[in-house]
Design a protein around this ligand. Structure first.
Ligand SMILES: [Zn+2]
Length: 407
């Protein structure tokens, strides 16, 4: 039996057991492909006590986040836009000036902190992935190459306490939530604000986003589960905002319990909404399993039907969620010839498990597929626009989440 990462109760409810799966982002490079495939259990469980959803078995960070991990946040233009607006909003809300410090955990290549610098505010980033951290430093964004936790926070607090701490898509990746929150509690200034953005569990349950379950994500977060956790660290949620990113994320605003920040109506509203999809409710997790099974059989049926008609099938976007989907459905090169991806660091590699080769999208002009399975369904609109030429030539786009459909 495993204990809850939040409240230490024994975990007893299976939300979804996806069997064994390879580590989603560890793309395989040749030769001897098969030997490199390593499988680990992918089993999401719910804490009956605090409602936190987490993987039953957590792999060490070092196994999952390899030093050569490469994802540059700055490559997504919509994400940059989102970040710029956020910087402006926060600068206004907190009346930030050049004496203030803004700190970001998992600051990647400085995609966000650069906008605070433009506003004349001092910044510091914390980023454990060497290559991306170096890219930030090169840009002039001061960055500490490390994981964030209590010991680092204690060091930093002796210099200056930030007025704003940001953690975008980082909380789910943290194996030790208490060490992380101890760090936040230590470091934030008395009237300072912390914002976290993360995909909301509610959307996973509502829209069958089971492919967002992979080893990098230790926890699947909700406001409901976050409340008791924060209380232990003398923090409060005082505001919640919904965001369209990653198929439905939220931004939570936190501060010390003793601070002046008043709790808005949005918090109660979010809790109420989540209570309709409580992961502890048997009806909810049973219906998730049924919907996941349907995605699998619908997708396989459609792909086999296309194969029988000798249609050419490829996939678009070697996203981590694609590894979970393809592996769970048992899809390999028998059904999907190749995956195209714009990121040159991924090209030449293979999707772990299914061993489907990742190639430059330029191939689409010479080998015209009849159907493209879009793996990062959260970017459907953007991708459809990019593929306008192929669509005009007869390629059809299909996605599997929230249900199998052409779009
Ligand atoms: Zn718990």
């Amino acid at each position: 039996m495993v204990n809850c990462r939040g409240c230490d109760s024994k975990l007893s409810i299976t939300l979804l057991n996806l069997g064994e799966s390879p580590i989603a982002n560890n793309l395989i490079k040749g030769p001897n492909l098969e030997i490199q495939n390593e499988y680990y259990p992918l089993h999401a469980m719910t804490c009956e006590n605090c409602a936190l959803v987490q993987l039953s078995e957590s792999l060490p960070r070092e196994t999952i986040f390899k030093p050569d991990y490469v994802y540059y946040s700055s490559t997504s233009t919509s994400w940059l836009m989102h970040s710029k607006l956020y910087a402006k909003k926060m600068a206004q809300m907190l009346s930030l000036n050049q004496k203030d410090l803004v700190l970001e955990v998992a600051s990647n290549d400085g995609y966000l902190l650069q906008f605070f610098q433009e506003l004349g505010v001092s910044v510091i980033g914390i980023e454990p992935a060497l290559a991306v951290a170096q890219a930030a430093i090169k840009k002039g964004v001061p960055t500490i190459i490390d994981f964030f936790g209590e010991s680092l926070a204690l060091d930093l607090a002796s210099y200056q306490k930030p007025k704003l701490i940001i953690g975008n898509n980082v909380l789910a990746h943290v194996p030790d939530l208490h060490d992380f929150l101890n760090g936040i509690e230590t470091l934030i200034s008395d009237e300072g604000v912390i914002t976290f953005e993360f995909p909301q569990l509610l959307n996973l349950l509502k829209n069958t986003q089971f492919d967002t379950i992979y080893h990098e994500h230790y926890s699947y977060l909700s406001i409901t589960a976050l409340m008791p956790l924060l209380k232990q660290h003398k923090l409060k949620v005082f505001d919640v905002e919904k965001l369209p990113s990653h198929g439905g994320s939220i931004r939570v605003f936190l501060a010390k319990q003793t601070s002046r920040w008043k709790i808005t109506q949005s918090v109660q509203q979010a809790l109420l909404e989540e209570s309709q999809f409580d992961p502890r409710d048997e009806k909810i997790y049973k219906s998730l399993q049924i919907k996941v099974n349907k995605v699998k059989s619908d997708l396989l049926n459609e792909l086999y039907k296309l194969k029988e008609k000798r249609r050419k099938i490829a996939a678009y976007g070697a996203a981590a969620k694609g590894t979970t989907l393809l592996n769970y459905c048992g899809i390999g090169t028998d059904l999907i010839e190749y995956v195209v991806d714009l990121n040159p660091n991924k090209q030449g590699g293979f999707i772990p498990g299914s061993l489907i080769p990742i190639v430059d999208p330029i191939i689409l002009t010479s080998s015209r597929p009849d159907v493209l399975l879009v793996l990062p369904w959260n970017l459907s609109t953007e991708i459809k626009m990019q593929l306008n030429d192929q669509i005009k030539l007869g390629t059809r786009l299909i996605r599997a989440i929230p249900k199998v459909e052409y779009f």
